[in-house]
Design a protein around this ligand. Structure first.
Ligand code: ADP
Ligand code: MG
Length: 286
């Protein structure tokens, strides 16, 4: 392989919004046959909005629940955290100073309010239990629970939107003979809804961050040439294991640092362009 031809390819990539870390990334992209996509922030915008708030414990009201949730999430970079913070700002709710903030990857966050109350904000089953009926989420909604001492105080329904280019990009990749797989920490029904909207047939949902890396490992063990696209801190271990890894430019720094290629325009179509460019470049070399 002539290094100069590969370098020309890397330069072309820059014009297509693809920032290759090195020449090897371009060479690997020519051979990939399986592409694993994170959902939130990759297939979707990663900018969910609050749809509704449901109080499940007496004496609380919507705004108090949101104020507490946002106060905890002030320390988090998760897209769901940003959604809770912007809803609280819109309702002009002041953030309370919390202590002991901690993140549980793929589950949520914990912290203590000024009055000494320790709360959990995150996956409903992780946040707490309740006797009250949890309102059913619509297919495109993710429910977040707010819990105290294993008691669920309330839930917030949030919804994200699928990126405009996602379904065309999935179709283009499939036309290139690439097997496209979704991998997400989110719940089954939201995952299936996004899969349907984008034409993805294989879905792994409710996967913890460590489990994301296991999925890549298993595919590699069955002799697949695996690429991964992600945006979050939780995607970094899986990105590091993939033969070629892509990070959304708007994603977290942790994901970008773990990736071989950064998508500067946050457009999945660029992954298809990367494959075409890599294949064309290697054809010229041979
Ligand atoms: P994805 O793989 O779709 O990017 P994550 O692994 O980041 O999802 O999160 C999986 C689930 O964990 C979320 O759908 C949410 O229920 C919960 N979660 C994780 N972090 C937070 C947080 N900071 N606040 C609330 N919920 C969270
Ligand atoms: Mg994500």
């Amino acid at each position: 392989a002539t290094p100069s031809a590969v370098m020309v390819g890397v330069g072309r990539g820059a014009h297509l919004g693809l920032l290759f870390r090195n020449a090897a990334a371009l060479e690997h992209a020519a051979h990939l046959d399986t592409l694993v996509l994170d959902k939130t922030g990759t297939l979707t915008e990663g900018k969910p909005g609050v749809r509704s708030v449901h109080v499940l414990a007496g004496q609380l009201d919507e705004n108090t629940l949101l104020q507490w949730a946002a106060s905890l999430e002030a320390g988090s970079e998760h897209p769901l955290a940003r959604a809770l913070l912007s809803e609280a700002a819109q309702r002009q709710l002041a953030l309370l100073p919390v202590t002991g903030f901690a993140v549980t990857a793929g589950q949520g966050v914990t912290a203590t309010l000024p009055d000494g109350t320790t709360l959990r904000v995150g996956r409903v089953d992780w946040a707490g239990d309740t006797d009250a009926t949890i309102p059913p989420a619509r297919q495109d909604e993710t429910l977040i629970g707010i819990g105290r001492d294993q008691q669920l105080l309330g839930v917030v329904a949030l919804a994200d939107t699928v990126r405009q280019t996602s379904s065309a990009a999935v179709a283009a990749l499939q036309a290139q003979g690439i097997d496209v797989i979704m991998l997400t920490g989110d719940n089954q029904s939201t995952a299936q809804w996004v899969a349907q909207a984008t034409g993805i047939k294989t879905v792994h949902a409710e996967v913890l961050p460590a489990g994301k890396a296991d999925v890549i490992r298993a595919l590699a063990a069955s002799n697949k040439h695996v690429a991964m696209v992600g945006d979050g801190v939780n995607d970094a271990p899986a990105l590091a294991l993939a033969e070629v890894s892509f990070a959304m430019g708007a994603g977290s720094n942790v994901a970008i640092e773990a990736a071989d290629v950064t998508l500067m325009r946050n457009d999945l179509m660029a992954v298809s362009h990367a494959v075409a460019l890599a294949r064309a470049t290697l054809r010229k070399i041979r």
